[in-house]
Design a binder for this molecule. Structure first.
Ligand code: ADP
Length: 488
């Protein structure tokens, strides 16, 4: 039976959470709605703190055997999971569009992106190397190993309901850890579908658990339980700080992927048409609801009119609509409140003197309560809300600067430091400016930076740790040093 069949007859989604290899029903029924039309597509019960504890116990028990499974065997199981995800990619893509609204081609792209972390991690499982070390003590040998850290609690967001799970779980499972995942209440279905496929792949019971329910009940179990050794989180900076404070009591490792305020800098020597394409790709993907979305378009004044013209042409042509409609460029936001938030930012910008070039209003009458018109604005003050806060919506806001120094000063004038973008064709400028940008990732003439092989993460209040590549696997291991005496 395919995932879509299961969704239709609700056999998968009447059950609620996935604990120790079994489907567990929770209390009550939290509606999961399609943001495009507000239809209820599933109702998910809450397993609460007790369910979270059961999942942690199951993960702790499973860790004792999973850590001893050979990395070659772990890699094989991960590759089976990967193959099943690819076989079901269409269904998984549809689930994403249904539960969070993004356009179907982006949803399918997310499934492939998510799967790529499983493939990469399966390969990497076999390459977790220790080192031998010279020691100052006669007759001794020293070496290191990377031991799996243990049970990992994961709290994931709704904007990438599939890939934010695989990006954490695949390297963790590859390293020998076991997982308890709490998905966002808006998007539990993708998580449950991944659990179903993990089970079909033969990943042992207890290794991959999904608990749905009240974040304020489940969160403290994950951050407070002795058995949990690490907490991985993608979401808002406010919740990330809260989890970090909670985890401090048990001195648990945290990996945090938090908010951003990405500058998209266009210098006078840039290819302006390519830069305009880049802004659209970075800003309007997932309706602007990604933590690496361009948040401030910073352009050198001498080429600003040209960029504004190129962007106006592109942004005014973007079609908002349902994610299943093949002609849609920009889908809905996650819910009505998100539209109200974005609209408040734009109204504040207008009050601060910004000019609305195109869009600038909700599309409640035309499309429904979760839609906001693709918007381009320019001007206003540097301290208006749209410049200071993560927009998380389809609004591009342009700021003019005179030179490199002003561009860098403005780009770095934020507590965030996740992704930045720079468009220039001057190689010296590339070095100078990428070194000066206080960001974890910089895309130069490239509007998207993430891949399974590369380190994803931020500095300052954008987070701690890196996901992806060899760094992503290392996050889930403890470095152990052994000194052996009496050798000579
Ligand atoms: P957003 O506002 O975009 O939903 P959040 O940071 O609130 O971002 O949500 C990201 C994830 O964090 C979701 O899974 C959500 O349920 C979870 N979350 C929210 N509040 C808490 C909390 N107090 N403790 C633990 N998890 C939380």
């Amino acid at each position: 039976m395919t995932i879509a069949d299961r969704l239709n007859d609700k056999t998968l989604f009447q059950t609620q959470s996935f604990i120790n290899g079994a489907w567990v029903k929770g209390e009550g029924a939290v509606a999961v709605t399609n943001p495009s039309n507000d239809e209820v597509i599933a109702e998910i019960g809450d397993v609460g703190a007790a369910g979270a504890r059961a999942a942690v116990d199951a993960a702790a028990a499973a860790f004792e055997t999973w850590k001893k499974v050979s990395p070659f065997e772990r890699a094989k199981l991960l590759m089976k999971w990967h193959a099943l995800i690819l076989e079901n990619a269409d269904d998984l893509g549809q689930l994403i569009t249904l539960e969070m609204g993004k356009v179907l081609r982006e949803a399918k792209g997310e499934v492939l992106y998510g799967a790529s972390f499983i493939e990469w991690s399966a390969e990497e499982a076999k390459r977790i190397y220790g080192e031998t070390i010279a020691t100052p003590f006669p007759g001794t040998r020293g070496w290191t190993t990377h031991a799996p850290i243990g049970v990992v609690g994961c709290i994931t967001p709704w904007n990438f309901p599939n890939a934010m799970i695989t990006r954490k779980c695949a390297p963790a499972l590859a390293a020998g850890c076991t997982m308890v995942i709490k998905p966002a209440p808006e998007t539990p279905l993708s998580a449950l579908a991944l659990a179903e496929l993990a089970k079909r792949a033969g990943i042992p019971d207890g290794v991959f658990n999904v608990v749905c329910g009240d974040a304020q009940e489940i969160g403290p179990v994950l951050t407070g339980s002795d058995a949990v050794k690490m907490v991985g989180f993608t979401g808002s900076t406010a919740v990330g700080k809260l989890l970090m404070r909670q985890a401090a009591d048990g001195v648990k490792r945290v990996a945090l992927e938090l908010g951003g305020n990405a500058p998209f800098i266009v210098m006078d020597d840039a290819d302006i048409e390519a830069a305009a394409d880049g802004v659209v790709a970075s800003k309007f993907r997932v309706s602007g609801q990604t933590c690496v979305s361009a948040n401030r378009i910073i352009v050198q004044a001498s080429v600003a009119d040209k960029l504004v013209e190129a962007l106006e042409k592109r942004v005014s042509a973007l079609k908002a609509g349902d994610g299943f409609d093949g002609s849609t460029d920009v889908g809905p936001l996650i819910h009505h409140t998100a539209v109200e938030r974005v609209d408040a930012l734009v109204r504040n910008a207008r009050d601060s003197g910004a000019r609305i070039i195109t869009g600038g209003k909700p599309m409640v009458d035309e499309l429904g309560g979760s839609f906001y018109a693709p918007t381009l604005i320019e001007g206003g003050s540097a301290d208006m809300d749209v410049a200071c806060f993560e927009i998380f919506g389809p609004v591009a806001s342009i700021y003019r600067v005179e030179d490199e120094a002003e561009a860098i000063a403005m780009a770095n004038d934020t507590p965030y430091g996740l992704a930045a973008y720079l468009y220039t064709r001057d190689v010296s400028r590339v070095h100078r400016m990428t070194e000066a940008l206080d960001y974890g990732m910089v895309g130069v003439n490239a509007p998207m930076v993430g891949a399974a092989s590369t380190p994803f993460g931020g500095v300052k209040e954008s987070g701690i740790g890196r996901e992806g590549g060899k760094w992503g696997v290392e996050e889930f291991t403890e470095l152990k040093y052994v000194l052996l005496g009496g050798v000579d």
